[in-house]
Design a protein. Sequence first.
Length: 113
Amino acid sequence: MENDWKKRLGVVYSTNPDFKYEEAAEERQETLPPSKQRLIVGIDRRNRGGKQVTLVTGFVGTDDDLKELARTLKVKCGVGGSAKDGEITVQGDFRDKVTAILQSLGYNAKRGN
C-alpha cells in the first residue's frame, strides 16, 4: 500500500466504520477497425499564426493507436505534426495526400473543407 493516500486526495472523511473507498476504474476505449473508422480530413488555420495544418478528426481508439497512425502520416508526408485529443495535426496543406494514404490503409476517410 505504497502512497495509498495519494489516490484519495480530495475525499471527505467519513465517520461510517463500514465505508470502503473504491477507485473509479478506467474505461479503456477499444480501437475500431480501420473499415469502421469515419475520418474527416480538413484544413485548419485558427490560432496558428497564419500557418496551415491538415487536421484529421473522428478517430475512435486508444492514444497509442492514434499516435502510431499520426507517425505513419507524418513520415509519409515528410513533415511534423502531433496527435492528441482524438485529432491528428500534420503541418502544411496535405489534405489530398493524407486522404489517399488513409484510404490505402483501409480507413473510411473523406476530404473536408
